[in-house]
Design a protein around this ligand. Structure first.
Ligand code: KG4
Ligand code: ZN
Length: 372
């Protein structure tokens, strides 16, 4: 009798340990396959407050409130960014739901940027996402911002194609410059990165030296299109392996402008287009040299770019030319998905939802959050 009781306890234990979790997982997966998944995504890592609604891999809405306040200061002021996120987040989320024509009760989960980024900014999105997920009793999904820049290529769009694994990704933004080997959706390895300034900073700081407002990257791009890229020469850094360095370029631009202004006080105004074109050409060459080295090292010829600087016309053109010149297959995001936006957080949210990769309420923001 005692033996029978023991066997039945053991059976229940086995069922509890193995059969139940497997069946729950099975139920979860079949349900996920059948139903549409609606993810509300929130991005607040720097100076853009953004919310998006995804239906599976399709973007239903993607609202971005860009904070203008930083223009006066020539760069992002963390405390002001955090306050602006607090003001923007509720209306931005409402707009995203309205535009998607989705009621919050229909949401399957909430995804948010956990990091990397400015701590004060991240905290706003993180706290908001946690509270909303708790209130609605739906899963919470944390997302790495840099992974999201790469996985934005998997947002389904008419006429767009997604890379297949493995591929190389060049992430170029105001805070990062990395060459990443992407083995699978969430299996990535950083092969090289900047040792000092990010490429976006190189654009913005050069622009500041030229007296252009923040963020100067898009303006350098605009003037560069009208100028001669061979007008002036700037040195390229010598950095080992697949790492980058941009602080030297900024200094050489500064000294060059100081020198030329002594001879001609109107030098910048007269030669703005040529200066911008020459700076942009140098930056694009630095990026392309490292990409070529990464292709050589890995033998992978599928190359995707992501991050704010991927909006730059110079790098976009250089990549398109690389298709013909070197036989690469390149992936360039739509402008909407280049700079910070919540749709890219939403696609990662969807992928993690399918994997059942959820976070609990104890999760906190991470200012430094490496891919890998
Ligand atoms: O990814 P992002 O929106 O924010 C960060 O995560 O940093 O990138 C912003 C950066 C800024 O440095 C901005 O100047 C740069 O991207 N950027 C550009 C262009 N559009 C944005 N840089 C060069 N050319 C552009 N067209
Ligand atoms: Zn970014």
């Amino acid at each position: 009798m005692a033996r029978k009781i023991l066997i039945s306890i053991f059976r229940s234990f086995l069922i509890g340990c193995y059969v139940l979790p497997l069946s729950i997982q099975y139920l979860f997966q079949t349900q996920v396959k059948k139903e549409n998944i609606y993810i509300l995504a929130i991005e607040s890592s720097c100076d853009d407050t953004s919310a998006a609604v995804m239906c599976n891999t399709t973007r239903l809405s993607n609202v971005v409130a860009t904070q203008k306040i930083h223009e006066e200061y020539g760069g992002v002021v963390p405390e002001l960014a955090s306050r602006a996120h607090q003001q923007n987040i509720v209306p931005v989320v409402h707009q995203a739901l309205d535009k998607a024509n989705i009621d919050k009760k229909q949401l399957s989960a909430i995804a948010f940027t956990r990091g990397p980024g400015l701590m004060g900014s991240l905290l706003v999105g993180t706290s908001f996402a946690k509270s909303m997920a708790l209130g609605l009793q739906i899963p919470l999904i944390e997302v790495n911002h840099m992974q999201a820049h790469i996985l934005a290529h998997f947002i389904e769009e008419e006429g767009s194609e997604s890379p297949s694994f493995p591929f190389l990704a060049l992430t170029i933004s105001g805070g990062h410059t990395q060459v990443v080997l992407v083995k699978d959706y969430l299996d990535m390895e950083v092969l090289g990165e900047t040792l000092d300034d990010a490429v976006g900073e190189a654009f913005d700081k050069s622009a500041k030296i030229l007296g252009l407002p923040y963020p100067g990257g898009p303006l350098v791009d605009k003037y560069a299109r009208l100028g001669n890229p061979d007008a002036f020469q700037f040195p390229k850094p010598k950095v080992e392996g697949l790492n980058f360095s941009f602080s030297g370029l900024k200094t050489s631009v500064l000294y060059f402008i100081q020198r030329e202004r002594k001879k001609d006080p109107d030098f910048v105004e007269t030669h703005l287009n040529d200066i911008c074109a020459s700076i942009q050409k140098t930056i694009v060459n630095i990026l392309m040299d490292k990409l070529k080295a990464a292709v050589k090292q890995t033998g992978i010829t599928q190359v995707a770019i992501g991050g704010g600087v991927s909006a730059n016309s110079g790098i976009r053109k250089a990549l398109q030319e690389a298709e013909e010149d070197y036989g690469w297959k390149t992936y360039i995001p739509k402008f909407e998905y280049c700079t910070d936006n919540a749709a890219m957080i939403g696609i990662v949210g969807y992928l993690k939802y399918r994997m059942g990769d959820f976070s609990d309420q104890s999760i906190t923001a991470r200012a430094r959050y490496v891919i890998g």
